[in-house]
Design a protein around this ligand. Structure first.
Ligand code: ADP
Ligand code: MG
Ligand code: MG
Length: 210
């Protein structure tokens, strides 16, 4: 759709929740190698609660919806991923008004979300975190939209960049989060948060492409 309304963004959130549930064990498995084996459980708890909140209290507009998702993640997920994903959705909400978002507005919202994750977590690309998927995805989305591509193609480019960024975390040594406690031993493993972020972009392709 050219106009991302509350229904479209709700579908994105639901599809992300479904995909997280599907990949819950795989995400936890990745976190067992370089963390504390809870990333799948953390994300599934948070996104299940986010979907439950959508059903219980259907938000009226895009900003309200993304704010509700962000607040739910911050309050239900104790791990690093709760505040970070929560901040992403809250910052997106902060850039959106009550009206449906066009592609450019959506791109600006994703950029604001990325900036929020950076401000909150003080990591940068290359630190082996979710930013290694999110930052290249955001850059690819911006570049595609600036080149005049339709939202569906821009999202596909962003999702491909997220998957490439996820894969590129394997050889990296973690400099932020629990995995950084392992030092050099964190190399050789795919980052769990970059993996869930790639799923977030895949969910956007599936639901927001129009
Ligand atoms: P915890 O590490 O508290 O158990 P999770 O396992 O749910 O939380 O999430 C771990 C993921 O969070 C990591 O794989 C990484 O991608 C991400 N992460 C951790 N710290 C940061 C940070 N400072 N900035 C960005 N992402 C981070
Ligand atoms: Mg963990
Ligand atoms: Mg934990």
């Amino acid at each position: 759709a050219d106009q991302l309304d509350v229904a479209a963004l709700g579908a994105w959130v639901r599809e992300f929740a479904r995909s997280i549930a599907e990949h819950k064990d795989a995400l936890t498995e990745l976190d067992s190698a370089i963390g504390d084996a809870d990333h799948g459980a953390n994300m599934d708890r948070g996104m299940s609660a986010a979907v439950a909140a959508l059903e219980e209290k259907p938000p009226a507009d895009p900003a309200a919806l993304l704010k509700q998702v962000g607040m739910t993640l911050v309050s239900k997920v104790g791990g690093a991923s709760g505040p970070l994903y929560g901040t992403f959705f809250l910052r997106m909400a902060g850039t959106l008004g009550p009206d449906p978002a066009d592609a450019e507005t959506f791109g600006r919202a994703v950029r604001a979300g990325l900036d929020g994750v950076i401000a909150r977590g003080k990591a940068e690309p290359g630190d082996k975190t979710m930013l290694d998927a999110l930052a290249p995805a955001c850059d690819a989305l911006d570049a595609a939209l600036a080149a005049g591509q339709p939202l569906g193609e821009a999202l596909a480019a962003a999702a491909q960049a997220a998957r490439d960024g996820r894969d590129a975390t394997v050889p990296l040594v973690a400099r932020k989060g629990r995995a950084s406690y392992l030092g050099e031993r964190s190399a050789g493993h795919q980052d769990p948060g970059a993996t869930s972020t790639a799923l977030l972009l895949d969910a956007a392709v599936a639901t927001l492409s129009g």
